[in-house]
Design a protein around this ligand. Sequence first.
Ligand code: SF4
Ligand code: SF4
Length: 203
Amino acid sequence: MRTPKVREVREALRSLFSKPYTIGYPFQPSVPPERFRGKPKFNDECIGCGACAQVCPARAIEVVDEVKDGKGTRTVTIHHDHCIFCGQCHRYCTVETGVVLTNDFETGTYDRTTATAVAEKELIICQECGGIVGTVDQVRWVADKLGTKAFGNMGLALMLSEDLGLVSKSTRDASRGLDRGDSVSVLCPKCRREVILYEQWGP
Ligand code: SF4
Ligand code: SF4
Protein backbone atom coordinates (compact mmCIF):
# COMPACT_ATOMS: atom_id res chain seq x y z
CA MET A 1 0.00 0.00 0.00
CA ARG A 2 1.19 3.48 -0.88
CA THR A 3 2.03 5.55 2.20
CA PRO A 4 0.49 9.05 2.27
CA LYS A 5 2.82 11.97 1.80
CA VAL A 6 3.31 14.47 4.60
CA ARG A 7 1.44 17.16 2.61
CA GLU A 8 -1.64 14.92 2.19
CA VAL A 9 -1.70 14.06 5.89
CA ARG A 10 -1.42 17.75 6.77
CA GLU A 11 -4.33 18.63 4.47
CA ALA A 12 -6.47 15.84 5.86
CA LEU A 13 -5.84 17.03 9.41
CA ARG A 14 -6.54 20.65 8.49
CA SER A 15 -9.84 19.80 6.84
CA LEU A 16 -10.86 17.81 9.91
CA PHE A 17 -10.68 20.91 12.09
CA SER A 18 -11.70 23.65 9.61
CA LYS A 19 -15.19 24.76 8.51
CA PRO A 20 -16.61 23.02 5.41
CA TYR A 21 -16.68 24.90 2.11
CA THR A 22 -20.28 23.86 1.45
CA ILE A 23 -23.31 25.17 3.39
CA GLY A 24 -26.24 23.30 4.84
CA TYR A 25 -28.84 24.75 2.41
CA PRO A 26 -31.87 24.45 2.65
CA PHE A 27 -31.44 24.14 6.43
CA GLN A 28 -29.25 27.25 6.41
CA PRO A 29 -29.85 30.28 4.18
CA SER A 30 -27.76 30.54 1.03
CA VAL A 31 -26.76 34.14 0.43
CA PRO A 32 -26.09 34.80 -3.27
CA PRO A 33 -23.48 37.33 -4.43
CA GLU A 34 -24.59 40.96 -4.72
CA ARG A 35 -25.00 40.96 -8.52
CA PHE A 36 -26.76 37.61 -8.66
CA ARG A 37 -29.56 37.47 -11.28
CA GLY A 38 -32.57 35.93 -9.56
CA LYS A 39 -36.33 36.27 -9.98
CA PRO A 40 -37.29 39.58 -11.64
CA LYS A 41 -39.84 41.71 -9.78
CA PHE A 42 -41.67 44.95 -10.59
CA ASN A 43 -41.08 48.15 -8.66
CA ASP A 44 -43.50 51.03 -8.08
CA GLU A 45 -41.61 52.99 -10.76
CA CYS A 46 -43.03 50.69 -13.48
CA ILE A 47 -45.28 52.64 -15.87
CA GLY A 48 -46.74 49.58 -17.63
CA CYS A 49 -45.35 50.48 -21.06
CA GLY A 50 -44.68 46.84 -21.99
CA ALA A 51 -41.20 47.49 -23.42
CA CYS A 52 -39.75 44.71 -21.25
CA ALA A 53 -42.09 42.20 -22.93
CA GLN A 54 -40.74 43.28 -26.33
CA VAL A 55 -37.12 42.56 -25.41
CA CYS A 56 -37.62 39.39 -23.36
CA PRO A 57 -35.89 36.63 -25.36
CA ALA A 58 -37.77 33.86 -23.53
CA ARG A 59 -41.18 35.51 -24.01
CA ALA A 60 -41.63 35.21 -20.28
CA ILE A 61 -43.41 38.57 -19.99
CA GLU A 62 -47.06 38.80 -20.94
CA VAL A 63 -49.02 42.03 -21.48
CA VAL A 64 -52.82 41.75 -21.34
CA ASP A 65 -55.14 44.73 -21.88
CA GLU A 66 -58.75 44.51 -20.73
CA VAL A 67 -61.23 47.22 -21.74
CA LYS A 68 -64.81 47.31 -20.52
CA ASP A 69 -67.37 50.15 -20.36
CA GLY A 70 -64.81 52.80 -21.27
CA LYS A 71 -62.38 51.69 -18.56
CA GLY A 72 -59.32 49.56 -18.99
CA THR A 73 -56.55 47.77 -17.14
CA ARG A 74 -53.18 46.55 -18.37
CA THR A 75 -51.65 43.58 -16.60
CA VAL A 76 -47.95 42.91 -17.13
CA THR A 77 -46.97 39.46 -15.88
CA ILE A 78 -43.51 37.92 -15.59
CA HIS A 79 -43.67 34.12 -15.66
CA HIS A 80 -40.76 32.94 -13.55
CA ASP A 81 -41.13 29.39 -14.88
CA HIS A 82 -40.21 30.66 -18.38
CA CYS A 83 -37.63 33.26 -17.33
CA ILE A 84 -33.98 32.56 -18.14
CA PHE A 85 -32.73 35.34 -15.81
CA CYS A 86 -30.87 37.13 -18.59
CA GLY A 87 -31.62 40.62 -17.25
CA GLN A 88 -32.70 42.14 -20.60
CA CYS A 89 -35.96 43.41 -19.08
CA HIS A 90 -34.04 45.36 -16.44
CA ARG A 91 -31.46 46.62 -18.92
CA TYR A 92 -34.00 47.98 -21.39
CA CYS A 93 -36.73 49.09 -18.96
CA THR A 94 -38.03 52.49 -20.07
CA VAL A 95 -37.73 53.95 -16.58
CA GLU A 96 -34.59 51.88 -15.76
CA THR A 97 -35.84 50.45 -12.47
CA GLY A 98 -39.43 49.42 -13.26
CA VAL A 99 -38.28 45.81 -13.15
CA VAL A 100 -35.18 44.53 -11.36
CA LEU A 101 -33.63 41.12 -10.89
CA THR A 102 -33.56 40.16 -7.24
CA ASN A 103 -31.36 37.82 -5.19
CA ASP A 104 -34.25 35.39 -4.84
CA PHE A 105 -33.38 32.16 -6.66
CA GLU A 106 -35.99 29.86 -5.16
CA THR A 107 -38.39 29.13 -8.03
CA GLY A 108 -39.59 25.73 -6.82
CA THR A 109 -43.39 25.47 -6.60
CA TYR A 110 -46.18 22.90 -6.83
CA ASP A 111 -48.32 25.36 -8.82
CA ARG A 112 -46.67 27.05 -11.81
CA THR A 113 -49.43 29.66 -12.05
CA THR A 114 -48.17 31.17 -8.78
CA ALA A 115 -44.63 31.64 -10.16
CA THR A 116 -45.30 35.17 -11.35
CA ALA A 117 -44.64 38.85 -10.71
CA VAL A 118 -47.50 41.14 -11.72
CA ALA A 119 -47.91 44.88 -12.35
CA GLU A 120 -51.39 46.31 -12.94
CA LYS A 121 -51.92 49.72 -14.54
CA GLU A 122 -54.96 51.81 -15.40
CA LEU A 123 -55.40 52.48 -19.12
CA ILE A 124 -56.45 55.69 -20.85
CA ILE A 125 -59.15 54.94 -23.42
CA CYS A 126 -59.92 57.04 -26.51
CA GLN A 127 -63.29 58.74 -25.98
CA GLU A 128 -64.16 58.34 -29.67
CA CYS A 129 -63.09 54.88 -30.84
CA GLY A 130 -62.40 53.12 -27.51
CA GLY A 131 -58.79 52.42 -28.56
CA ILE A 132 -55.99 52.33 -26.02
CA VAL A 133 -53.98 55.55 -25.65
CA GLY A 134 -51.54 54.18 -23.04
CA THR A 135 -51.40 53.66 -19.31
CA VAL A 136 -52.06 56.63 -17.04
CA ASP A 137 -48.58 56.25 -15.52
CA GLN A 138 -46.94 56.06 -18.94
CA VAL A 139 -48.60 59.27 -20.17
CA ARG A 140 -47.78 61.03 -16.89
CA TRP A 141 -44.16 59.89 -17.23
CA VAL A 142 -43.96 61.33 -20.76
CA ALA A 143 -45.52 64.60 -19.55
CA ASP A 144 -43.04 64.74 -16.68
CA LYS A 145 -40.12 64.24 -19.08
CA LEU A 146 -41.37 67.01 -21.35
CA GLY A 147 -41.90 69.51 -18.51
CA THR A 148 -43.65 72.68 -19.66
CA LYS A 149 -43.35 71.50 -23.30
CA ALA A 150 -46.05 68.92 -22.47
CA PHE A 151 -48.62 71.69 -22.76
CA GLY A 152 -47.87 71.76 -26.50
CA ASN A 153 -49.66 68.41 -26.83
CA MET A 154 -53.43 68.65 -26.31
CA GLY A 155 -53.79 65.17 -24.79
CA LEU A 156 -51.01 65.81 -22.25
CA ALA A 157 -52.20 69.36 -21.60
CA LEU A 158 -55.65 68.02 -20.83
CA MET A 159 -54.31 65.49 -18.34
CA LEU A 160 -52.05 68.01 -16.63
CA SER A 161 -54.86 70.58 -16.45
CA GLU A 162 -57.11 67.97 -14.84
CA ASP A 163 -54.32 67.18 -12.33
CA LEU A 164 -53.97 70.87 -11.51
CA GLY A 165 -57.75 71.17 -11.06
CA LEU A 166 -57.99 73.72 -13.89
CA VAL A 167 -60.59 71.70 -15.79
CA SER A 168 -63.07 69.01 -14.75
CA LYS A 169 -62.72 65.44 -15.97
CA SER A 170 -63.39 65.30 -19.70
CA THR A 171 -66.60 63.49 -20.73
CA ARG A 172 -67.95 63.00 -24.22
CA ASP A 173 -70.85 61.42 -26.10
CA ALA A 174 -69.08 59.01 -28.50
CA SER A 175 -72.17 58.71 -30.74
CA ARG A 176 -72.00 62.31 -32.00
CA GLY A 177 -68.85 61.95 -34.19
CA LEU A 178 -65.66 63.98 -34.13
CA ASP A 179 -65.72 67.74 -34.57
CA ARG A 180 -63.74 70.86 -33.69
CA GLY A 181 -64.78 70.69 -30.02
CA ASP A 182 -62.96 67.39 -29.62
CA SER A 183 -59.60 69.11 -29.49
CA VAL A 184 -60.15 68.95 -25.72
CA SER A 185 -61.28 65.29 -25.63
CA VAL A 186 -59.12 62.34 -24.62
CA LEU A 187 -58.28 60.76 -27.98
CA CYS A 188 -55.94 58.17 -29.45
CA PRO A 189 -53.39 59.43 -32.04
CA LYS A 190 -55.61 58.32 -34.97
CA CYS A 191 -58.72 60.20 -33.76
CA ARG A 192 -56.58 63.19 -32.71
CA ARG A 193 -55.26 63.37 -36.28
CA GLU A 194 -58.82 63.39 -37.63
CA VAL A 195 -59.74 66.31 -35.36
CA ILE A 196 -56.65 68.24 -36.50
CA LEU A 197 -57.59 67.61 -40.15
CA TYR A 198 -61.16 68.71 -39.37
CA GLU A 199 -59.84 71.92 -37.80
CA GLN A 200 -57.65 72.64 -40.82
CA TRP A 201 -59.90 71.52 -43.70
CA GLY A 202 -63.39 71.45 -42.24
CA PRO A 203 -65.92 68.55 -42.43
S1 SF4 B 1 -41.74 50.48 -17.07
FE1 SF4 B 1 -40.14 48.92 -17.32
S2 SF4 B 1 -40.90 47.17 -16.15
FE2 SF4 B 1 -42.64 48.50 -16.44
S3 SF4 B 1 -43.64 47.70 -18.30
FE3 SF4 B 1 -42.20 49.35 -18.96
S4 SF4 B 1 -40.30 48.29 -19.47
FE4 SF4 B 1 -41.57 46.85 -18.27
S1 SF4 C 1 -34.74 38.16 -17.07
FE1 SF4 C 1 -34.71 37.78 -19.30
S2 SF4 C 1 -36.03 35.98 -19.59
FE2 SF4 C 1 -36.44 36.78 -17.52
S3 SF4 C 1 -38.21 38.12 -17.78
FE3 SF4 C 1 -36.35 39.42 -17.94
S4 SF4 C 1 -35.90 39.49 -20.13
FE4 SF4 C 1 -37.33 37.79 -19.83
